[in-house]
Design a protein around this ligand. Structure first.
Ligand SMILES: Cc1ncc(COP(=O)(O)O)c(C=O)c1O
Length: 288
């Protein structure tokens, strides 16, 4: 048994994880009919909670599901949950499914209560030496649907794409649709070319990452040139640097792409600069 308490939130109750159960008729289980969020926590501070709650609202709107709580209520739930699961660097995982129906039926019924589940993930702070060793990735065909802006719990396509990377003995995959880069299997993609940072615009082909937004904001505040535009797959091969960003991974430098070195084959200077600025941002958040 772990010595760390694992108290989760399920439909209004705080329970030890082993006591938290959901019906087999839950649409999250039967159809993956739900949405989720992962909010990083540094000290006691939630990173960009407002942006995460806005994205949650967008995901719920897109699947025509009512938001069961106002933002202030979510904040209170997360704060209680974090109080019951003490620690330093953590993340709050929140999932809302459309709930359990009596019959297995695709038709959604707005009257049916959702299933609301949240837990605290314990996160190991990134070891800069390990992170700066970089990751190896392959490019894969992005065969996903035209609704990747929804942070949906239906993740079977992402699992299949990640499996292609695992089968190729690399860390991750960069997804390419019709010759353009969309994102990673669970991250957004940036490239650096001639000191300009470039990332694809948000669309239904990719998740609007909160880390992506933060990296863009940090770049703008520090006079780093940034272009938000499509990236052709061919540009990956001539990029000076490639990064993959997410709440849990932060900013990972890609050092190998399809077996070839990216740039000089080590984490680049622009990555070092951005990673420092990102860590400073986290430190300031902790102190607030
Ligand atoms: C498909 C996908 N794209 C991008 C991201 C990055 O989003 P964020 O920076 O909000 O973690 C994630 C995060 O899990 C993801 O699953």
């Amino acid at each position: 048994m772990s010595s760390v308490p694992n108290i989760v939130f399920l439909n209004g109750q705080y329970l030890p994880v082993e006591e938290a159960t959901v019906s087999v008729m839950d649409r999250g289980f039967l159809f993956g009919d739900g949405v989720y969020e992962v909010v990083p926590v540094f000290g006691k501070k939630l990173l960009r909670l407002g942006d995460h709650l806005q994205r949650l609202q967008n995901s719920l709107d897109r699947i025509s599901c009512l938001n069961p709580h106002a933002d202030a209520e979510w904040e209170a739930i997360f704060s209680d949950l974090l109080g019951k699961n003490p620690g330093e660097d953590r993340a709050v995982y929140l999932q809302i499914s459309r709930g359990a129906y009596v019959k297995r039926d695709l038709t959604a019924n707005a009257e049916n209560p959702p299933t609301i589940f949240a837990m605290v993930l314990h996160v190991t702070p990134p070891d800069i030496d390990v992170v700066s060793a970089g990751i190896s990735v392959i490019t894969v065909d992005d065969f996903r649907w035209n609704a990747c802006d929804i942070k949906s719990t239906s993740l079977v396509a992402n699992v299949m794409l990640r499996q292609q990377a695992t089968d190729a003995s690399v860390d991750d995959a960069i997804l390419v649709k019709n010759g353009a880069v969309t994102e990673g299997t669970a991250s957004n993609v940036f490239i650096v070319k001639d000191s300009v940072l470039i990332t694809p615009p948000t669309s239904r082909q990719l998740l609007p990452g909160i880390t992506r937004d933060l990296v863009i904001e940090i770049a703008k505040n520090n006079t780093i040139l940034i272009e938000v535009r499509d990236i052709r797959e061919s540009e990956l091969y001539s990029a000076d640097e490639i990064w993959m960003t997410s709440s849990t991974r932060e900013i990972a430098p890609v050092v190998k792409l399809n077996g070839e070195e990216v740039g000089s084959g080590v984490a680049g200077d622009m990555w070092k600069c951005m990673m420092n600025l990102y860590q400073q941002y986290k430190q300031e958040l902790r102190r607030k």
